[in-house]
Design a protein around this ligand. Structure first.
Ligand SMILES: Cc1ncc(COP(=O)(O)O)c(C=O)c1O
Length: 368
């Protein structure tokens, strides 16, 4: 196995950060955010991009923009993080959890269909680990039932399926740039849309409705403290310039680690769908060992970070705040049996070789 491509440099970031600092305070602000948004529209080939304080804020503002509000129901997979459900609840709507198919990781559409009611307004697919469900099926499902699609593409920048980029399957696509994402900026997020009205609503809502949509009045309604800080926008824009190289680095890291684990006992790598261009967000392995979640937790104790072992990711429907509901068993099975290793751009061959050695050794010895 050949080595990884070198870490792409951050061109003159230090100097630009210092220059930006020297220009502060700058009450009207927005210069670096505007530049980042412009570059996002170019890189992702969308008409509008709005930078916000987090992926959660991107979802919150986008769901508000498509009209989700009190008493609405919103379908979302239980195979998700709690941050997908939080803005739905914040808007007064109800998240309705849909199961996932353990073979494909895509939504269980029979379960989704059974959960549509007269109050269902939208569907939020979540491209966990950068893996994208079938957008053709998603669009057909939503169109037949009059549902708006808002994608949680927080982990999926750079993935596409059937020619549809993640975040472009519906009315709006929401991304996080929190550290750990391939396109990172410490904290932050952005929403993409081709609809000017949706973008204008997101723009107004992220900043206390100070910049209203055309025809509106400033602060005629309440909004959020959800702007992207300017220094973060500068960092995000610098990383956007490196995005192709960052994607290539992540792809090489994931391929490298999966290759090193090819013979590990009881572990099988999960492959993307044939029509999917996966961003390789996280090396994914199906754990065919007894007590798979305990195995992931054991690896985390030994310094191999993973979604279930380190972040204790469980299906959203099992979180205490959502009460008793019929369990989404497919989602539980996926999260219990998938080792999704957490990477950053700094993980070099030495780190990946150590992960591979620990995983291989512990899998061979695992009897729990
Ligand atoms: C799938 C998914 N959705 C939503 C979010 C929320 O993003 P943020 O942490 O930037 O609010 C994250 C980020 O961690 C995520 O991974």
């Amino acid at each position: 196995m050949t080595g990884l491509p070198p870490l792409p440099a951050m061109e003159d970031l230090r100097e630009r950060m210092l220059a930006a600092l020297a220009g502060m305070p700058d009450p009207p602000g927005g210069k670096f955010t505007t530049r980042f948004e412009h570059d996002l529209t170019q890189v992702f080939a969308r008409r509008h991009a709005v930078a916000v304080s987090s992926g959660t804020t991107a979802l919150h503002t986008a769901l508000s923009a498509v009209g989700v509000g009190p008493d609405d129901e919103v379908l979302m997979p239980a195979l998700a993080v709690i941050m997908t459900a939080q803005p739905i609840v914040q808007l007064g709507a109800k998240p309705v959890f849909v199961d996932s198919d353990p073979d494909t990781l895509d939504l269980d559409y029979a379960d989704a269909a059974s959960k549509v009611t007269a109050r269902t307004k939208a569907i939020v697919p979540v491209h966990l680990w950068g893996r994208m469900g079938d957008p053709v099926r998603l669009r057909a499902f939503a169109a037949e039932r009059g549902l708006t699609i808002v994608e949680d593409a927080a982990q999926a920048a750079g993935t596409s399926r059937a020619g549809v980029p993640a975040g472009a399957a519906g009315a709006a696509g929401c991304f996080s740039t929190k550290d750990g994402k391939i396109l990172w900026s410490n904290e932050g997020g952005f929403a993409l849309s081709d609809d000017p009205a949706i973008a204008a609503h997101i723009r107004a809502f992220r900043g206390h409705w100070l910049t209203p949509p055309p025809g509106g009045r400033p602060q005629e309604r309440l909004g959020l403290p959800g702007r992207m800080p300017e220094l973060i926008a500068l960092l995000a824009q610098a990383n956007l310039l490196r995005f192709p190289a960052l994607l290539e680095r992540r792809r090489a890291q994931t391929v490298y680690l999966l290759h090193a684990l090819a013979g590990a006992r009881g572990l099988t790598s999960l492959q993307p769908a044939t029509d999917e261009t996966w961003n390789h967000y996280s090396p994914l392995l199906r754990i065919g060992l007894p007590h798979p979640r305990a195995f992931a937790e054991h690896l985390a104790q030994l310094g191999v970070p993973s979604s279930s072992g380190s972040f204790r990711l469980v299906p959203c429907d099992t979180r205490p705040m959502f009460g008793d509901r019929a369990p989404c068993r497919g989602a539980a099975q996926i999260l219990d049996r998938t080792l999704a290793i957490v990477l950053t751009e700094h993980d070099d061959e030495a780190v990946l070789d150590r992960y591979a050695a620990v995983i291989t050794r512990e899998a061979a010895a695992w009897r729990a």
